[in-house]
Design a protein around this ligand. Structure first.
Ligand SMILES: N#Cc1c(-c2ccc3ccn(Cc4ccncc4)c3c2)n[nH]c1N
Length: 260
C-alpha cells in the first residue's frame, strides 16, 4: 500500500483529499494518506515557521528547523535512515524504495501524466507544501542525503503556496493506483495517457437544445464508433495541442491517422 504524507501550515487546505475517490481509496486501504500541520514541530509561543531572508529582499522564508523535525518524524515512521551516515550505508538498490520528497515550486520540473505514472509506482511519497517565498534551500539539500527530492511545478503560473499543487498531484497519482478507479478501462484513451487528447463524450438525450449526438454513436457499429473516436482524438490534438502530436513517436500513427 502506498504511503503519502503531506506537510503544510494549512492542513485544512488538503481536506478535499478526504472526499470522493481518494477518500474511498483511503477507506478501502488502497493508500495511506496523512496530512500533518508543520507547526506541530515548532517550539515557540507563536509557532513560528518563517523568518526574513538572508541577503535581504521582500517576503519571508520558511525556517529549516520545523521542516527538519517534521521530516525526521515522517521518515522515522517509514524506517528511512535518520542521519547521513545511515543514509550513505543504504545500498543503491534501495534507491528505488527510498521515500520521495516532492517539493511544489514554481522552479520545479513540470508535473505531467508521465510523472504521475512514475510516482504511482513508488512506496512512500512526502509532499512539502511551502508558503511565503519558499523553504530554506538547506532542507532540500539535507533531505537529498536520505530521500529522492523532486522540486515539482504544476504549470507555468504562480501560486501562493504548494497546497493546490499537492491536491492536483495526489489526485493524478492516486487515481492510477490499482482499485482506486472502479473501471480501470476508463483510464485508457484519456487525455495524456498515450499522447493524444480524449474524444468528446455524449449521453442522453440524443437531441438537446437543437444539438444532436453524432449519428455514428447511435449506429451500434462498434468499429465505426472506434474509428470516429480515434479521428476525434487526432483532430482535437492537432487543433488544441499540436505540440503533443509532434512529440508522438512516428510508429504510433498509421497511414489512416496521418490522413485525418
Ligand atoms: N507547484 C507549484 C507552483 C507554485 C508554488 C509552489 C509552492 C510555493 C511556496 C511558496 N510559493 C509562492 C511563491 C514562491 C516563489 N516565487 C513565487 C511564488 C509557492 C508557489 N507556483 N506555481 C506553481 N506551478
Amino acid at each position: 500500500m502506498m504511503r503519502l504524507d503531506v506537510l503544510s501550515i494549512f492542513p485544512e487546505y488538503l481536506a478535499p483529499l478526504e472526499l470522493s475517490l481518494i477518500g474511498r481509496a483511503r477507506e478501502k486501504g488502497l493508500l495511506e494518506l496523512t496530512v500533518h500541520d508543520l507547526r506541530d514541530w515548532t517550539h515557540d509561543r507563536h509557532r513560528t515557521v518563517d523568518d526574513t531572508p538572508y541577503g535581504g529582499g521582500a517576503g519571508m522564508v520558511m525556517k529549516p528547523e520545523p521542516w527538519g523535525e517534521a521530516l525526521d518524524a515522517v521518515l522515522g515512521a517509514s524506517g528511512a535512515p535518520a542521519d547521513a551516515a545511515d543514509a550513505a550505508d543504504q545500498p543503491a538498490a534501495d534507491a528505488g524504495g527510498r521515500p520521495v520528497l516532492i517539493v511544489p515550486s514554481p522552479a520545479g520540473e513540470v508535473f505531467t501524466q508521465q510523472t504521475a505514472r512514475e510516482l504511482a509506482g513508488r512506496e512512500h511519497l512526502v509532499f512539502a507544501c511551502g508558503r511565503y517565498e519558499g523553504i530554506d534551500q538547506r532542507v532540500v539539500d539535507w533531505a537529498s542525503e536520505r530521500m529522492d527530492v523532486r522540486p515539482m511545478s504544476i504549470g507555468d503560473y504562480v501560486l501562493n503556496g504548494g497546497e493546490v499543487a499537492v491536491l492536483a498531484m495526489v489526485e493524478a497519482i492516486a487515481r492510477l493506483l490499482p482499485g482506486v478507479i472502479g473501471n480501470p478501462e476508463s483510464l485508457d484513451e484519456e487525455s495524456h495517457e498515450d499522447g493524444l487528447l480524449e474524444y468528446p463524450v455524449f449521453t442522453k438525450p440524443s437531441v438537446w437544445r437543437g444539438h444532436e449526438v453524432p449519428a455514428v454513436l447511435l449506429s451500434g457499429d462498434h468499429g465505426k464508433v472506434a474509428r470516429w473516436r480515434r479521428d476525434q482524438r487526432l483532430r482535437r490534438t492537432a487543433e488544441t495541442r499540436p505540440d503533443l502530436l509532434a512529440a508522438l513517436p512516428p510508429e504510433s500513427l498509421d497511414d489512416r491517422d496521418r490522413a485525418v
